[in-house]
Design a protein around this ligand. Structure first.
Ligand SMILES: [Zn+2]
Length: 293
C-alpha cells in the first residue's frame, strides 16, 4: 500500500466515523427509548419521585422513555462504599428527566452521576475580594460539578420522597444547576456559556434567553428585598444567595409544590413554565393510595 492510499483510507474512515457515529448514537437512543421501563424502575419511581406519579399519560410515556435512555447512557458511580442499585439509577434518572421532559436535549455532555450514601465533604479554594485564597471544607448533599459530572447524596435524594410537597429536592436542584450552566449562564463566575435556552419541544415562539433571564433576575431581586426586610418568603431564603441558587431553588418548588408556587409567585411560575415547557400545577393530584405520609 502506498502512503497516499493509506492516507486516503484513513481520511475516509475518519469521515465515515464523523458522519455515522451521531446517527448510530441517535438510533441507539431511539431503541432504548422504545423499550418498556422495567418493573423495579417503575416501582422505585412510584415510591421515590412524587412528581412523576402526577404526570399525565402522554408525558408519562415520554418520561419513561427518557429515563430508559438516561440509565443506559450515563455512568453511575457509587462512592464511599455505596453499591449502586437499580432503584438508585431509576430514581436519579427520573428526577433528572423531569427537567427535560418539555425541552430538547438529554444532558448530552453529562457523563457520570456520583452517588454518596450520605452528605459528603468537598474541599475547594475560594478567593475573597482582597485576592486572598483560602481552602475551605464544606458538607454537601449535592453538587453539579463540571459539565460532565453530578454528585448526589442518596440519603438526601430520598428526603424529597419522605417529605413530599415541601419544596426540597436536592436532585432537581443540582440538575437545574446543570441546565443553567449549559445554557442560561445565571451562575457567576464562571461567565455565561453560550446561550441556548429557553427552549421548547413545541414550535411556539421562543424569546431570546437574555430577555427571559432579565425577567428572572427581576423576580430574584424582589426576593432579595423581602429577605433583606426580614419578611417570610415562600421560597427558601437560600434562593437569595445568588441568581443561580434562585433558579435552582425555584425549580425545586416548580416540581414539588407547583400549585403553591403559582399562587405565591405567578410571574416566576410563568417563567419556569416557559423554560421547562411544562405546567405541573395542572397535573392531577395522585390517587389517595399513592399518597405518602
Ligand atoms: Zn445550589
Amino acid at each position: 500500500m502506498t502512503p497516499v492510499v493509506a492516507i486516503v483510507l484513513v481520511a475516509t474512515g475518519v469521515l465515515a466515523w464523523l458522519v455515522l457515529a451521531p446517527l448510530w448514537r441517535r438510533r441507539r437512543r431511539a431503541a432504548r427509548m422504545a423499550e418498556p421501563l422495567g418493573a423495579v424502575a417503575r416501582a422505585a419511581i412510584a415510591r421515590n419521585v412524587p412528581a412523576a406519579a402526577r404526570l399525565p399519560a402522554e408525558l408519562r410515556a415520554r418520561h419513561e422513555a427518557l429515563v430508559n435512555a438516561f440509565v443506559a447512557e450515563k455512568q453511575f458511580v457509587g462512592c464511599n462504599g455505596l453499591a449502586v442499585t437499580d432503584e438508585i439509577r431509576a430514581t436519579v434518572a427520573a428526577l433528572a428527566c423531569l427537567l427535560v421532559l418539555g425541552r430538547r436535549g438529554h444532558y448530552d455532555e453529562l457523563h457520570s452521576v456520583l452517588v454518596y450514601p450520605t452528605a459528603f465533604w468537598v474541599e475547594d479554594e475560594v478567593e475573597d475580594e482582597a485576592g486572598v485564597v483560602e481552602r475551605r471544607r464544606r458538607v454537601l448533599s449535592g453538587e453539579a460539578w463540571e459539565a460532565s459530572r453530578i454528585i448526589l447524596s442518596w440519603e438526601d435524594v430520598l428526603e424529597a420522597a419522605r417529605f413530599p410537597g415541601e419544596g426540597y429536592n436536592v436532585a432537581l436542584h443540582e440538575f437545574a444547576h446543570y441546565l443553567d450552566a449549559e445554557g442560561l449562564g445565571l451562575a457567576a463566575p464562571p461567565p455565561a456559556p453560550l446561550p441556548t435556552g429557553p427552549q421548547r419541544t413545541t414550535d411556539g415562539p421562543v424569546r431570546p434567553v437574555a430577555a427571559w433571564a432579565d425577567d428572572l433576575v427581576a423576580e430574584f431581586e424582589t426576593l432579595l428585598d423581602a429577605v433583606d426586610r426580614g419578611e417570610y418568603t415562600f421560597l427558601d431564603p437560600y434562593a437569595a444567595e445568588d441568581e443561580s441558587e434562585f433558579f435552582a431553588v425555584a425549580t425545586e418548588d416548580f416540581f414539588e409544590r407547583a400549585g403553591e408556587l403559582r399562587a405565591a409567585h405567578p410571574r416566576l411560575y410563568a417563567l419556569l413554565q416557559e423554560f421547562y415547557g411544562l405546567d405541573p400545577a395542572s397535573w392531577p393530584e395522585p390517587a389517595a393510595s399513592a399518597t405518602r405520609h
